[in-house]
Design a protein around this ligand. Structure first.
Ligand code: DLL
Length: 433
């Protein structure tokens, strides 16, 4: 189902004209209202009148997480606080969080885009939306919640955690759509198996999973264990929250970017130069309809590429490929650049291991080393030492052959790696940088 058919299927020329019109007015607005943007534009030698269409976007300076921190908490808001009806903040593992604000209209736009996302996953009125994204300052819970209501579906505001209770509700209320992180979905699948719940006895038909990187084999694993279609949803607080882009059931490959609200660019993270469609680099967003907290050329640090091929669903919005990792999560192991999701990809193709893993990164001298800890099943774990050694050697060889890295592989007992209830922590970084 397409929630806003006219907009989601706009011919590209019309879409680009709409983007241009919205961009021009946005640039004037932030220039006039936010001293920070005015200074940045002055320093870059750009005037609002230089921006006449999307083609001029590259003239504008980037905004980074650092810039948001410098203006903490409300310095980049473009409306007075009495027009801000909600704030959210991203967790941020270091330093202050980044704070974002929404006007009434922003909340409504967000709900609409989340409704579009749910509809792209086949949901509609009559669906029981089981929302296990965390409620609170994190945008996942409330963002999805308002979208489900806007769609006219029934929302079950579960939030994360209390997994047994989640399963009880799923069974008793007849949840049809599951919203959570892919790592939590896997956790729920495991508890389902332990509790003897047959996924076929549930009404779940689709899962809308995001907020962290995951791989294609992980999709297959979750689909098999939960008996549903697993779709990818992407978003970030600085740009809005969940619902910036979403996969559709028809394509199930790449996430349609809601381009009437966000302009996506891919840049070379090292030089900042824009890259053509199809090339992989850092994703950059400009929001063109937000009122309280618009953002210009925000460097997401997420690595992906844009796909311009038409999609079977009829939406004209370009798709972004699944995010393979973040520039700041990239590991450099003896000169080889690597994202945790690539390791996930390799591990998932080994039958004897479970999809629970953790990467321990340490520094010996001037070199980074990596240990891949991965769980094996009870049956495999009780095998002879020789068999286990053979298996870890084989995985080590796969890592070398497929990724070019030398990693130590440690097979660990079932259930020893911490299960996630939200965003999984895959990397334990022991380097004292
Ligand atoms: O994670 C918003 C969200 C909630 C998205 C629920 C989807 C579902 P933040 O906490 O600000 O916002 O984190 C944003 O999470 O820059 C990516 O690095 C990562 N991320 C989000 N979705 C995906 C995804 C929410 N589908 C950061 N695949 C982003 C990979 C994702 N990474």
């Amino acid at each position: 189902m397409i929630f806003e058919k006219d907009l989601e299927t706009l011919p590209r020329e019309k879409l680009e004209a709409l983007q241009s019109e919205r961009l021009v007015s946005l640039v004037e607005r932030v220039h006039d209202r936010v001293p920070y943007y005015k200074e940045q534009m002055k320093a870059a030698g750009v005037k609002p009148s230089d921006i006449k269409s999307v083609k001029d976007l590259h003239k504008l300076p980037f905004t980074t997480k650092e810039d948001l921190r410098k203006n903490y908490p409300f310095g980049l808001f473009t409306v007075p606080l009495d027009q801000v009806v909600r704030v959210h903040a991203s967790s941020g593992t270091t330093g202050k969080p980044t704070v974002v604000g929404y006007t009434k209209n922003d909340i409504d736009t967000w709900a609409t885009l989340m409704a579009r996302s749910l509809a792209a996953g086949g949901a509609g009125p009559g669906d029981m939306i089981h929302n296990s994204y965390g409620y609170g300052l994190f945008t996942g819970g409330l963002g999805a919640h308002y979208g489900a209501e806007k769609l006219g579906a029934t929302v079950i505001p579960m939030s994360g955690g209390q997994s047994k209770r989640q399963l009880m509700v799923m069974q008793d209320f007849g949840s049809t759509v599951l919203l959570c992180t892919p790592s939590y979905a896997l956790n729920l699948a495991e508890i389902m198996e332990e509790s003897g719940i047959d996924p076929k006895s549930l009404k779940l038909k689709v899962g809308i999973f995001g907020a962290e990187p995951w791989s294609e084999p992980m999709r297959t694993e979750i689909e098999r264990r939960m008996d549903l279609d697993a779709l990818n949803i992407y978003g970030l607080s600085e740009v809005m929250g969940p619902g910036v882009s979403m996969e559709c059931l028809e394509g199930k490959r790449g996430l349609h970017v809601f381009e009437d609200h966000f302009i996506a660019e891919i840049i070379d993270p090292a030089t900042g130069e824009p890259l053509p469609p199809g090339e992989t680099g850092e994703l950059v967003f400009t929001t063109i309809t937000k009122e309280a907290f618009p953002i210009i050329r925000y460097r997401t640090k997420d690595i992906t590429r844009l796909m311009t091929e038409p999609c079977a669903c009829g939406r004209t919005f370009y798709r972004m490929d699944r995010v393979s990792g973040r520039t700041d999560d990239m590991l450099i192991i003896r000169g080889v650049n690597l994202f945790p999701s690539q390791i996930e990809h390799v591990l998932m193709s080994v039958d004897e291991v479970e999809p629970h893993y953790q990467l321990i990164v340490e520094r010996q001298g001037s070199l980074d080393t990596i240990e891949v800890q991965v769980e094996v099943s009870e049956k495999v774990f009780s095998d002879e030492v020789k068999v286990l050694e053979g298996l870890s050697k084989r995985i080590q060889k796969d890592m070398k052959d497929l990724l070019g890295i030398t990693a130590t592989v440690k097979l660990v007992e079932p259930k020893t790696i911490q299960r996630s209830e939200g965003k999984a922590q895959r990397v334990i970084d022991k380097r004292k940088l």
